[in-house]
Design a protein around this ligand. Structure first.
Ligand code: WT7
Length: 678
């Protein structure tokens, strides 16, 4: 990590030329009702009060026992928060709201088919369903605290119910995005050592009821290959009482949850008293090398952090109807569909399907019908909705007080459409920058206290002290107009505890880059290296440029180039594969793939299709390359490294730069010719 890559220009090294955008101010109507209007918060969360300031977040929760030590730094960089404290996440997100809000909707589940009724699940009903399912997990599966369970669940209410049932028992859940393939799921089952897989028979996507259970069979086999044999596969039915997958159940291994549940009717499960430092869940993400890694998130630190940021940055009040259009299969959904909003006792909306189904007016109809007043989505979704129906929002009578963007940089022009058309000029917008590893927001404006600046995330949120370093570890000061590597100087409660099963990777990837003294137990010596390029403007706002490692951000989701390349290499004809990221109008970035073939093999369209297919099967359709170029050879350095920068330039029609140092400069013209012919 520390030796600068010779064959790639980091985003940080690129000159930054962009026009400073002007501010937009939050409407008075927003400020009048906002949770946080006290400018003193920045002082309260300033370095002088660190780490005790985080009590303000932890106090939003109900604890069985208060902690004795706020932050333990004795084993860097494995920080421990709220040491000695005890709580249960399920209790905090469900039980404690019953006294005052038993009959209030906790989850609005919106099925994709528009003729199917929206389910309004009250806190009471959620409590009953979580308890009954927890009893099933405990008594039928024998699950207990510390066990891992993999979830491969689509966006139906059964997903948060399953997560909260696990949390009740202290079982560590690991939800794999439902759009991921059976193989990808199986790898994660094996890596986490899960005994049980919880899946669904089917779900709706673009009007089609997909057979999802067939992926469980593939996952089972894949995990078995890696010597992890699942004891049970639990299958939720999309239409209770009716099995809707074509794939048959495997006798003695697969069990339909809806058939088993009546046995547990009326059962109640006492929430486990978990230590604040016990893990709550695992969430896999892509890194620049090797296999996906599982970020291990804690119970007390994580829940405090998402509750605090949901209140201050998302401005969630218990009376709000909050809709985050992400998938719970990503960290955004864990933090800001499930744990944050439910910890605050709000009503959270879950939508099963694609935003454009059956037409681009769908999200706005949902917002109107449910009275959604907080809306949270990604630039990719915004670009897609804008293209499909630029005037649709005007047709519907909803009113957002607050909107969020997350996951990728947003172009100022797209931001302005979001503000003027989606938000009708009435909403405060926050652009929130963070990562799977972080648990919750790192940079954003506090909506009632700071103006918005299109394209910029904002300063560090309370208690987060970001800094931009150049490649030599010198600070790039605010207003220097130069990009660098954004880091967070301090620990915070939402930061993952470790990489599951691979603590060295935690240190190597996130802390070694700028660690001043590896023996030090002082957190000041251990800045967190985020792996993003950023510019720190004179006003203190950060503009995030994107990843500086071999990770492509497609539609707000990180894909490892190595993962895609290894998937391509499962096709026997492929000798070498290289992925580059190219700009895409809707998805921000998409992969293009270059492959060279083994001697004696010739390529054609059919082979290119087979390679694409392999990537879909191994990873997911979201990783599918826009184009597979079959090339005579890869441009290489003399030491044999593939020059991805040159390929990237060819894909985008840019300047390939100096190629004289290549071992095979001639191949560049040949590839350029091929690419220009399409
Ligand atoms: C990467 C993290 C955090 C939840 C969703 C993605 C990019 C994230 C922003 C933003 C510019 C952003 C970064 C980051 N990113 N938010 N507001 N502006 N870029 O989680 O899959 O872990 O990806 O997404 O490059 O490192 P993730």
């Amino acid at each position: 990590m520390s030796d600068p890559k010779s064959d790639t220009l980091t985003e940080a090294q690129l000159a930054v030329h962009w026009k400073e955008e002007s501010y937009y101010y939050p409407p008075a109507s927003f400020i009048a009702q906002a949770n946080m209007t006290d400018g003193g918060i920045l002082e309260r969360f300033g370095e002088k009060n660190f780490p005790e300031c985080y009590k303000e977040y932890a106090d939003l929760l109900t604890w069985y026992k208060y902690w004795e030590k706020t932050l333990d730094t004795s084993n860097p960089p494995f920080w421990k928060w709220f040491v000695g404290g005890e709580l249960n996440a399920s209790y905090n997100c469900v039980d404690r709201h019953l006294a005052e809000n038993r009959n209030k909707t906790a989850i609005h589940f919106v099925p994709e088919p528009e003729n199917e009724h929206i389910q309004h699940i009250t806190y009471q009903e959620l409590w009953v369903r979580v308890n009954e399912f927890a009893a099933l997990l405990r008594d039928f599966c024998g699950l207990k605290r510390g066990d891992r369970v993999t979830l491969h669940l689509p966006m139906t209410a059964e997903l948060p119910i399953t997560m909260l049932a696990c949390a009740r028992l202290g079982v560590i859940h690991s939800q794999v995005f439902s759009g991921f393939s059976g193989q990808a799921c199986g790898e994660r089952v094996a890596d986490s050592g899960s005994r049980v897989l919880i899946t669904a028979d089917s779900y709706y996507r673009s009007g089609i009821l997909l057979d999802h259970k067939k992926l469980a069979d593939i996952a089972f086999d894949k995990a078995k290959e890696e010597k992890v044999v699942l004891e049970k596969v639990l299958v939720w039915q999309r239409h209770p009482g009716k099995y809707s997958a074509q794939t048959p159940l495997v006798q003695g291994r697969d069990f339909v949850v809806n058939d088993l549940l009546p046995k547990y009717r009326g059962q109640r499960v006492e929430p486990e008293r978990m230590k604040a430092t016990d893990p709550l869940f695992l969430m896999y993400t892509s890194g620049s090398t090797g296999r996906p890694k599982a970020c291990q998130h804690s119970t007390g630190g994580y829940l405090s952090y998402v509750a605090g940021t949901s209140r201050i940055i998302q401005d969630i009040h218990p009376t709000d109807v909050y809709w985050c259009m992400a998938d719970i299969g990503w960290i955004t959904g864990h933090s800001y569909i499930v744990y944050g909003p439910l910890a605050l006792g709000a009503s959270t909306v879950m939508y099963e399907g694609v935003p454009n189904y059956p037409d681009a007016g769908r999200p706005w109809r949902i917002a109107e019908e449910l009275g959604v007043n907080i809306f949270h989505t990604s630039p990719t979704a915004i670009r897609a909705l804008r293209r499909a129906g630029p005037d649709e929002p005007k047709k519907y009578h909803y009113h957002f007080k607050h909107m969020t963007t997350v996951g990728e940089p947003i172009e100022p022009e797209v931001w302005r459409w979001y503000y003027n058309v989606v938000g009708k000029g009435e909403a405060a917008i926050v652009d929130t920058w963070w990562q799977t590893e972080n648990g919750g927001f790192l940079c954003s404006t506090i909506p009632a206290l700071a103006p918005m600046k299109p394209g910029s995330a904002g300063p560090g949120v309370p208690g987060i002290y970001p800094i931009v370093y150049d490649d030599d570890g010198k600070e790039v000061p605010a207003g220097a107009g130069k990009a660098g590597n954004i880091c967070i100087r301090n620990p915070w409660p939402g930061l993952m505890q470790t990489i599951w099963g691979d603590p060295d990777r935690m240190t190597a990837v996130y802390f070694e880059r700028y660690c001043k003294n590896k023996k030090s137990k002082d957190w000041h010596d251990w800045p967190y290296f985020a792996g993003d390029g950023a510019v720190h403007a004179a006003d203190g706002y950060f503009r995030i440029l994107g990843r500086i490692d071999d990770v492509i951000n497609v539609a707000g989701h990180r894909l490892g180039t190595k993962e895609i390349e290894s998937a391509a290499l499962t096709v026997p004809e492929v000798a070498e594969a290289a992925v580059v990221a190219v700009p895409d109008e809707i998805k921000g970035r998409v992969p293009e793939l270059y492959v060279s073939l083994k001697p004696g093999v010739t390529g054609d369209e059919a082979l290119a299709r087979r390679i694409s297919k392999a990537i879909e099967t191994e990873i997911s359709p979201i990783a599918r390359p826009r184009k597979v170029w079959i090339v005579p050879d890869m441009p290489k350095t003399r030491s044999g490294k593939i020059m991805r920068r040159v390929l990237g330039a060819l894909s985008t029609g840019g300047n390939a730069g100096d190629i004289t140092t290549l071992a095979n400069p001639d191949v560049v013209e040949k590839i350029r010719d091929l690419v220009s012919r399409g």
